[in-house]
Write a protein that binds this ligand. Structure first.
Ligand code: NAD
Length: 377
């Protein structure tokens, strides 16, 4: 069976869905791996490295006879219209709000798996793209902030005087936020963080940061069974805004990472809060592609809002592409291994498997995922 890895076509998508390491393993599983020429270049992997791992290098037209396609982003109509009916496509499908695109893929007859819907259970930890990418995004957010900040992060006591440590406030202490805390701490900043999930409190403290939150009854019940945050009530948001407003005025750098699956990102930082910050303060909005946590943040830009530079780079994992691709490729491989039919060769889609049930969006001509209009299997 033929497995194809195209070059990503989305704007500024620098990642790639296979690495030389995963190509070797896919070959060992019995697949013919074809990589589109140049697919890995932005992640610093050249055609030669893939070839040495056993892949064949071809043009984009190789998609037409692929049985399986590995991608980073959901394929565009112009891409999947070239796929064979029955082809299996695994990618980050960004399914929420994109139901029309899912129907179109279903119409083409492809079986599409959304990696970001992988359940957060022990068995699937090594397949968890949200974690692997968010971890790097959290790290990169601090690096971007440090690059824009016109002061030093650590306290420096020198003969010419003392540079104070930067104060960094991380909002949303999930995977990205915790890595941002750890990275800012490593750079010597004084770090505080907030979240609406009580479980975050201990994690923040264990990284040596101060936890700041409105800890009322709603806070105590804010974590869903899946480990995600709920959308908070207007009352809670008002109390949170009051607390944040007084805290933020004393910060040099704010990094926001707050997300709610399938919903717009919660608005946590207003213009008024930004205007209370010191001149030269920096904010980084990791949620900018989901509507943004910070008022005035612009996707793809550094915006000057009330004297604060608000970094809104889209696709932060893509700004650390070599590492992001290595981890993403490994996540895909580990999931794919569960689909491989070792006796018959090729892929077997067992809809009773909880990983398949959670991630399979389209199959045999229909949208099958219950969250996106499909009936349960
Ligand atoms: P996420 O990306 O969905 O959201 C980021 C953070 O923003 C979360 O911590 C969330 O609580 C927070 N948030 C949401 N609304 C907020 C608000 N109004 N104010 C402040 N913060 C707000 O989250 P994530 O990084 O994917 O992590 C979600 C959970 O999943 C965590 O508990 C994490 O530890 C857990 N997790 C489990 C596994 C596993 O078991 N395999 C793997 C990864 C993550």
């Amino acid at each position: 069976k033929k497995l194809f890895v195209p070059r990503e076509t989305a704007f500024a998508e620098t990642r790639v869905a296979a690495s030389p390491d995963t190509v070797k393993k896919l070959k060992a599983l019995g697949f013919d791996v074809v990589i589109e020429s140049g697919a890995g270049l932005a992640s610093r992997i050249d055609d030669e490295a893939y070839r040495a791992a056993g892949a064949e290098i071809a043009g984009a037209e190789a998609a037409a006879d692929a049985d399986i396609v590995f991608k980073v982003r959901r394929p565009e109509e112009g891409e999947f219209s070239a796929y064979k009916s029955g082809a299996v496509v695994i990618a980050m499908m960004d399914p929420y709000g994109n139901e029309a695109a899912l129907s179109a893929m279903a119409g083409r007859g492809v079986s599409a798996f959304a990696m970001e819907l992988m359940p957060r259970i022990t068995r699937a930890q090594s397949m968890d793209v949200l974690s692997s990418q968010a971890n790097l995004a959290g790290y990169q957010a601090v690096i971007e902030a440090a690059a824009v900040f016109d002061r030093a992060m650590p306290m420096m006591m020198t003969a010419a005087g003392t540079v104070p440590a930067a104060r960094v406030f991380v909002m949303g202490a999930g995977v990205a936020g915790l890595q941002a805390i750890a990275t800012a701490r490593r750079l010597g900043a004084v770090v505080s963080a907030t979240d609406v999930r009580p479980a975050a409190k201990e994690q923040v403290a264990s990284l040596g940061a101060k936890f700041i939150a409105v800890e009322d009854d709603e806070f105590k019940a804010a974590e869903t069974a899946g480990g995600y945050a709920k959308e908070m009530s207007a009352e809670y948001q008002a109390k949170q805004a009051e607390l944040v407003a007084s805290h933020i005025a004393k910060q040099d750098i704010v990094i926001t990472t707050a997300l709610i699956p399938g919903r717009p990102a919660p608005r946590l930082v207003s213009r008024a809060m930004l205007s209370a910050m010191k001149l030269g303060s920096v904010a980084v909005d990791l949620a900018v592609e989901r509507g943004g946590n910070i008022e005035g943040a612009e996707a793809g830009n550094v915006a000057e809002v009330e004297g604060v530079r608000v970094v809104g780079f889209a696709n932060l994992p893509g700004r650390i592409a070599a590492s992001a691709s290595a981890l993403y490729a490994k996540n895909l491989l580990t999931f794919f291994e569960t689909l491989v039919d070792k006796e018959a060769g090729g892929v077997k889609i067992n809809r009773d498997d909880e990983l398949v049930a959670a991630t399979l969006l389209t199959h045999e001509g229909a949208v099958v995922h219950p969250k996106f209009g499909g009936a349960t299997a």
